[in-house]
Design a protein around this ligand. Structure first.
Ligand SMILES: NC(=O)c1ccc[n+]([C@@H]2O[C@H](COP(=O)([O-])OP(=O)(O)OC[C@H]3O[C@@H](n4cnc5c(N)ncnc54)[C@H](OP(=O)(O)O)[C@@H]3O)[C@@H](O)[C@H]2O)c1
Length: 277
């Protein structure tokens, strides 16, 4: 399989690194273009992938083309993709926040000069990754349009499994995904910072406080994923009767901890909905 990247910034790079780790020796079957020529040259030198000088060159050579560019230039870049597109065979993968499958379809149809045609087809997958993808611990949600077959979807899913976990969801859940995993690393960092502030208030030095707080969060998350137990059950197991933890849990409840988090997820999803096109 030949893989193409348009945009090789933070996310493009993370996906590329994950793919190369999972598929050693595949660099000669990877083609990339980035407007930032210095970045492209440096990635190409580091990894051995092929640097292309134009968007259409990447599309011509690739079976799957990943668009890892910002949403504001997406429509313009898609029109360059269309120049070299084989609509029956090649797959467009977008990781741009707020760009729907329908938007991709309409833009492709227009760029292909097929605006009036009823039976225009284009194969597209929309993905919402998150920043822990940069260290291979990401969570990506993928959704496909009607022309992507199961075996094609599996190939795209495998690419994103290289950056962490990947699950297929219905497109209507993409705003929810923004709230629960796309934006949530920021809430978790705030929680870690607050835990560490508490420790510093009690006399621990800051460096040690971040290690204790971050490792507690990472370990707890692993417990949820590995044991499959309900988070409430895991919480109950830490709360001894009359002990310290239940006092802290009661204090968090009194201060609206859970409702604050639920509202944060809903607010991020609402904002995502407003920004979607
Ligand atoms: N970072 C996240 O947490 C995150 C999470 C989920 C989804 N996403 C989505 O991922 C996408 C990429 O984000 P990112 O953080 O990887 O951005 P980024 O680091 O800025 O990377 C984008 C790259 O594309 C290049 N570029 C700009 N115009 C181009 C063009 N016409 N053709 C080819 N390359 C072009 C940029 O070059 P210049 O720097 O010279 O412009 C840059 O190297 C965005 O759509 C974002 O919504 C990001």
């Amino acid at each position: 399989m030949k893989l193409g990247f348009i945009g090789i910034g933070n996310m493009g790079n993370a996906i590329l690194k994950g793919y190369l780790t999972a598929n050693p020796g595949s660099e000669k079957a990877i083609f990339a273009y980035d407007k930032d020529q210095d970045r492209l040259k440096s990635v190409s030198e580091q990894t051995g992938i092929n640097a292309c000088d134009r968007v259409p060159s990447v599309v011509e050579k690739s079976d799957i083309v990943i668009l890892a560019i910002k949403p504001d230039i997406f429509g313009r870049v898609l029109s360059e993709v269309a120049v070299a597109m084989d609509w029956e065979k090649k797959i467009i993968v977008s990781i741009a926040a707020g760009i729907t499958l329908n938007y991709i379809y309409e833009q492709c149809r227009e760029s292909a000069g097929a605006s009036g045609e009823e039976n225009f087809r284009c194969k597209a997958v929309r993905v919402m990754p998150n920043t822990p993808a940069l260290i291979g611990k990401g969570m990506s949600a993928l959704t496909r349009n009607e022309w992507i077959r199961d075996e094609e979807m599996e190939k795209v899913m495998a690419i994103f499994r290289g950056t962490g976990k990947a699950e297929e969801v219905d497109e209507k859940l993409m705003d929810c995904v923004v709230g629960v995993s796309g934006s949530s690393p920021a809430y978790v960092y705030m929680f870690i910072e607050a835990l560490a502030d508490g420790a510093v208030a009690l006399g621990m030095n800051r460096k040690q406080a971040y290690t204790f707080a971050a490792q507690a969060v990472a370990g707890s998350a692993e417990m949820v994923l590995e044991t499959g137990l309900h988070p409430g059950e895991l919480k109950d197991r830490v709360c001894s009767p009359g002990g310290t933890t239940i006092e802290a849990v009661a204090s968090l409840e009194m201060n609206g901890f859970r409702s604050a988090v639920i509202n944060a997820v809903k607010t991020a999803a609402e904002k995502s909905m407003q920004m979607t096109k």
